[in-house]
Design a protein. Structure first.
Lengths: 348, 348
């Protein structure tokens, strides 16, 4: 299997490096061959080619069976409006080019991390949520998105078509059918026209899935309910921006941002990446938590390659690793003994 | 002082009723006269006049010194795209008509409720955040906001001008100067053009407030940080939609949505309302928590009327009430004895 590896920026290189090692071990054990081809994206691509997602990267991705992504983003761009070329444009471009309209983000708490979160263990215990975030539409892509001539006004456009809503909602319904048969669709239909279209479309589709119990929640309420009582949720489907916000928030359910993988699908080639960012402040120190990336690798085996046993082997290994008490700093507690505090060199 | 009371929908009537009683008591004790004039808004206004915010309501508000609002919204509108007139339009209209561009939402935890939240007490203890949410711009008001002809596509427009960002940011900076001198501005500048304008404008203004330490945070990260470590925040300034989401989420810091008041200001007449909604499911049962509305009344006394002592008297009374162990169901715990479980008739 051909895997394109886009390490990207910041901690991207460290975490994808570890995932490649682990995929290599899995390949040996189960008799598969994984071939890794590097490709540039983000700040590192801008440095090398002037573009955040050069054509060569797109070609490499399209010629492979799946893509592993680290993270993109560098603070130098964030506060400098004069830099018109930015790392994140690369990420948005590759998502669009590969037709990855569905970003799947499972939120699962490893038993061992029950006490790591800022949320009370009794609130968390038993939570198991899967998000379907629409990834190639909404306010991330709508046009016009521009300044007026004298630069004193800016607009972005939130656009959704029925087709875009339907295809992501369908995936969410299908997923709900294999789970607890509950689907919560999140929108802001009391204010936004696009959210009313969203809600209508989900509602219409629900007649095809009579067994699934569908609820609609406003985004403000959802942001609150997610931490008040996460166990009420099974499958959540929402738009690009709301999904971005809710899944980052939901990382607290899993103990840390460093734990959450994601799969972006929609065409033949899936892309797998942690939900965390490039964390340049800790990059190169060997303290980044690689688990989100490693679990993204597990999602790749399962979703893109149909290798369920291989995927489960990775998840068990992570579980075992945590059971043995090993912790990166983001998930360490006062009780974690010195010799179990890991840096990523050791975890690799 | 003339106060317009817009009870609105659902629990709005119950909670504003209690606040009026309390303002009456304060008036007697401190020798002020508060004159209450009712006005229609939301579903109840639609029922009576066909409009969610009739001209009479606007006139009444404009002729008063301050406005007390309950809540608006009814589920019957939310899933019915054929209803073109909706309660929330009334709320958006009155905010716009009164020029209330700044929605101030203080998040403060009463000591007594430290154990009520889904978040761990040690994470919460000492949190004290004030939000400045832009209220009359952004995606709530930008045009075009419409369907295409055959209804298969919908758009909303997120628009901000430098002036709009500057005036709300200025309020936030001024507030930070009276507090711990930390301002966090929340945006999504790595994706949105309007957020880049937002960030630039805040950055420019910061030169006028050299003592204030300014940070910029992406909305996804902010949604996570708010519950991971709320103590890192002092003043937060953000746009209309992001503010809507973050403040609802932040209600978990205060133990319950039922605890949080807000002040909307920008012209001579301030509007005061809980951040919670109309909660039609519990309306009329006498179990709604009136504290958010009562504290909104306290904000009114302080901000609109400059009655600091009177405002503090209300806050102390709420504190006392909680210390004595009285609880509405939303903030009750297993330990709350039966005779302290309140319904709002009793709290009134
Ligand atoms: C880096 C950024 C553009 C991206 C997004 O907002 O989609 C990230 O936050 C994510 O969630 O993958
Ligand atoms: C009812 C709704 C339109 C309103 C908003 O989104 O502004 C509410 O959620 C609020 O926060 O005041």
């Amino acid at each position: 299997k051909k895997i394109t590896v886009m390490a990207g920026d910041g901690i991207g290189l460290e975490v994808t490096g570890i995932t490649q090692n682990i995929l290599g071990i899995i390949g040996e054990r189960f008799g598969h061959e994984f071939e890794f081809t590097p490709a540039l994206i983000g700040h590192s691509a801008i440095e090398a080619t002037g573009e955040p997602c050069p054509q060569e990267t797109i070609d490499t991705c399209k010629a492979s069976d799946a893509v592993l992504l680290g993270a993109v983003g560098m603070p130098m761009y964030d506060n400098n409006p004069n830099l018109k070329v930015r790392p994140e444009q690369g990420l948005l471009k590759i998502r669009k080019e590969l037709g990855l309209f569905s970003n799947i983000r499972p939120i699962k708490l490893f038993d061992e991390l029950l006490y790591t979160s800022s949320i009370k263990p009794e609130i968390l215990q038993g939570s198991d949520i899967i998000f379907f975030r629409e990834l190639t539409g909404g306010i991330y892509f709508g046009t016009p998105r521009e300044r007026n001539e004298d630069g004193t006004e800016a607009i972005d456009t939130l656009r959704y078509s029925k087709m875009e809503v339907e295809r992501i909602a369908r995936q969410a319904f299908e997923s709900a059918m294999t789970r607890r048969k509950k689907l919560c669709s999140v929108d802001k239909a009391n204010v936004l026209e696009s959210s009313r279209l969203w809600r209508e479309t989900v509602q219409e589709l629900s007649s095809e899935y009579p067994e699934v119990e569908v609820t609609h929640m406003f985004i403000d309420n959802a942001a609150m309910q997610l931490i008040r009582d996460p166990k009420q949720f099974d499958v959540i489907v929402t738009g690009n921006m709301f999904g971005d916000i809710l899944t980052d928030e939901a990382s607290q359910i899993a103990g840390s941002m460093g734990m959450l993988p994601s799969a972006s699908v929609g065409s033949e080639i899936g892309l797998y990446e942690p939900i965390h960012g490039s964390a340049p402040d800790i990059a190169g120190k060997g303290i980044a938590n690689p688990i989100a990336s490693v679990l993204s690798g597990a999602l790749m085996l399962d979703i893109s390659f149909g290798m369920k046993d291989e995927s489960d082997a990775i998840i068990s290994a992570v579980d075992q690793f945590l059971k043995e008490g090993y912790r990166t700093t983001d998930i360490a507690t006062d009780e974690t003994p010195e010799d179990k505090r890991m840096n990523t060199e050791a975890t690799g």
